[in-house]
Design a protein around this ligand. Sequence first.
Ligand code: 6PG
Length: 488
Amino acid sequence: MPDQPTKEAAANIGVVGLAVMGSNLARNLASREGNTVAVYNRSYERTDLLVSEHPEAGFIPAQSYEEFAAALSKPRTAIIMVQAGRGTDAVIDELSKVFEPGDIIVDGGNALFTDTIRREKAVRETGINFVGAGISGGEEGALNGPSIMPGGSAEAWQTLGPILRSIAAIAEGEPCVTHVGTDGAGHFVKMIHNGIEYADMLLIAVAYDLIGRGTGKSPAEIADIFTAWNKTELESYLIEITAEVLKQVDAKTGKPLVDVILDQAGAKGTGAWTVQTALDLGIPVSGIAEAVFARSLSSKPKQREAAADLPGPSESWTVDDPDTFIEDVRLALYASKIIAYSQGFDEIVAGAEEYSWDIKKGEIAKIWRAGCIIRAQFLNRISDAYSDDPGLVALLTAPYFRDAIAGAQESWRRVVGTAAAAGIPSPAFSSSLSYYDGLRADRLPAALIQGQRDFFGAHTYKRVDQDGIFHTLWSGDRSEIETAGSSH
Ligand code: 6PG
């Protein structure tokens, strides 16, 4: 019997999971012309609450997966917004029972991309499309326009593209969504987004710490500095909200709120995934790694307590010229930020190669210009760099960024040196500077490491003046022998 357009099958999109992110995304979808949204939550009270609080949205509530599927027109399209992990698998199982070949299941959570690859493969067997979509922008972004990074098949993108375009943030007239690549590509790119987010947040936090401790300025005064920085190349959402956070006064004590927040940073894991994946891919993402480790270090109260009386610099530290110091910190932050992005994009390139994804780097920079947490003016420059030279081997070598670092590097070096002398941790600044100096070095002490490896394990080495693989008889007459086998 041909499908009859029934009253029930009136929704073109559904949302499963109605916690804040899911509810906001459902409301965003419903507010765009042409969308009718079916909603389902494991406990019906939440569904009921959303529907009654937002009659304007015209939601179609479902009490069961069967009802939910019946409410959707074909191909049925549902976005899952539940906490990443086992819950996601359970919902996929339920939807797979009531969906049909050609329908589309979208996971909008922060799933690990390898889980998404696994899920896509399993769901594809049933003929249903599975799309892992990274969604960034927090609660506010979900409601008013997030940046969306979908993976999955080109077939699913046909249906999904217009729907996602209708709810995404807009940057310079363009919706912040693109089909990133197949299977786990979208979640992979969202993971890198989060890694960069971690790095950017630490850089800003260290800048705040250095200025506060170097100049004695209050959080509210530093907020004004960040507000001024937000009119420079650093213009970004994270700089903007930092000023807001620093201005906030604690209602209970009247102190700056930042001074009464416990200094132990939490993490849900996406930053760590970025670093774990980078290790597997062999990509140095030192700026991001330092940001993950800095959170871990902060959250070790026992070790911090035990180390609290370890000696630091003997001289106390004061800044002679606060304005010059503040400008140095700004430039150090800018240069380190370029490194964090450059490393993040290196990981995208390596991931794309490893998993055979055709990821357009310039497009990724474009969809990060609005809606997401790392949204920044700066992303236009990244997108330009990749459109000027699609084969760019490292972002920091693009003319714009090369010049930016050239203009910032002296300040950067001064800040890292000053912080070290003053005993103030500046991991994101110093590790980024070491990366920069390592990358531009003519010759690295890696030669000595090769010598050591050959000494204790006959691991062999290559020479600068001759092809082949060599091993030295270290204890004998120091003569070299060429080995026929491959190096270890
Ligand atoms: C976003 C954010 C969002 C989030 C993460 C990171 O893009 O909207 O990245 O995904 O804030 O949950 O949180 P943690 O700092 O807790 O790891």
